[in-house]
Design a protein around this ligand. Structure first.
Ligand code: UT7
Length: 337
């Protein structure tokens, strides 16, 4: 039987590694400048994981905070979904590693791969499990250590990315609140524009693949930029439509934090003033599937979200993929405030 409740965010936690890599640090590593990076991307610094830290470590810390905010113990979780492009290893999944770390003994666990769109795909997936009545509590985590797969001799990519994690506990909330609308999409014909070529079954790891630097991110930045600008407005409008709302109803837009110019163009297409758009790309760079929960946390902490607000989160990334969700925020709805 279908669940008549809404599905909302009961707890939200984020975690970023302590170490910061500034644009000035990068100036010493590749032929770049603080001025170029700030002007072309809006990024000033990013957090980077040390050699002993993997994606599951960041994910576990964020999850613990989300559970604490939800006032829940790990054994109440039915499912853990970790959205990541940078798993600790091929298998076991990061979700299983986190399940063990948390002692979430009753939870099923799997990873979800949708590039930087991962967290939005995860929210959509978790929401369906609860809406259907199959599960009550789902932990969705976006966690990445992108700096581990960066080529620090390639100025086109290495200045862009940072590490971090964000986690939410999804559960039932008052009807009319929580996740009101969703939109997901993919265009696999654009897969070559953003990829990590080797290490899988197409090009298994070899001395040659390492020498050819195929275990790092390869990206056609210009084409990804054009795709992102086009798709962000479109998917936001579709998710709003799915919720029976329009762009004018948005109180706060939480875009994937990849590049300030992409965010500004998307806001323009949605006819939204920048004071209704959350931006923190300057502090974290592009943390891929962690960027939206990190931005959401900072928006809440800055007092930018109030009871009854309509929040639209929009992601895009490798695949190519894109997705949006519309959330009606509210304390009375059992969602956090
Ligand atoms: O989550 C999804 C992941 N990916 C993205 O969101 C990336 C989307 N794309 C972008 O954000 C932008 O395309 C970039 C930031 C990657 C590049 O910005 P751009 O304004 O599109 O620059 P460009 O690629 O057209 O390059 C312009 C120039 C080139 O020099 P020449 O060929 O004109 O002499 C680049 O070599 O800027 C050069 N350049 C740099 N210069 C200094 C590229 N990277 C750098 C750099 N420092 N770090």
């Amino acid at each position: 039987m279908k669940n008549e409740h809404g599905v909302g965010i009961l707890g939200l936690g984020i975690f970023v590694p302590e170490k910061i890599l500034t644009n000035q640090d990068l100036e010493k590593m590749v032929d770049t400048s603080d001025e170029w990076i700030v002007e072309r991307t809006g990024i000033r610094e990013r957090h980077i994981a040390d050699e002993n830290t993997a994606t599951s470590d960041l994910a576990t810390h964020a999850a613990e905070k989300a559970l604490a905010e939800a006032g829940m113990s790990p054994d109440e979780l039915d499912l853990i979904i970790v959205c990541t492009a940078t798993p600790d290893m091929f298998f076991p999944s990061v979700a299983c590693l986190v399940q063990a770390n948390l002692h979430a003994t009753k939870a099923a666990a799997f990873d979800l791969a949708a590039g930087c769109t991962g967290f939005m795909y995860g929210i959509a997936t978790g929401t369906q499990f609860i809406r259907s009545g199959f599960y009550k509590k789902v932990l969705v985590i976006g966690a990445e250590t992108l700096t581990k797969i960066m080529d620090y001799t390639d100025r086109n990519t290495c200045v862009l990315f940072g590490d971090g994690a964000g986690a939410v506990v999804l559960g039932e909330c008052q009807s009319g609140y929580g996740i009101l609308g969703l939109d997901l999409g993919a265009d696999g014909t654009g897969g070559d524009l953003l990829k990590l070529p080797a290490g899988g079954s197409r090009i298994p790891a070899s001395a040659e693949s390492v020498a050819n630097r195929l275990h790092f991110v390869h990206m056609n930045g210009n084409e990804v930029f054009k795709f992102a600008v086009k798709v962000m407005g479109e998917t936001a409008v579709k998710a709003l439509d799915n919720a029976g709302l329009a762009a004018g109803d948005i109180d706060l837009l939480i875009p994937h934090q990849a590049n300030i110019r992409i965010i500004q163009s998307a806001a323009k297409r949605l006819k939204m003033p920048m004071d209704k758009v959350m931006v923190n790309v300057d502090k974290y760079g592009n943390t891929s599937s962690a960027s939206i929960p990190i931005a959401l946390r900072e928006a809440i902490d800055a007092g930018r979200i109030k009871d009854g607000d309509i929040i639209v989160a929009v992601g895009f990334g490798a695949g190519l993929t894109w997705a949006s969700c519309v959330i009606k925020w509210g304390k009375g709805a059992n969602t956090i405030a």
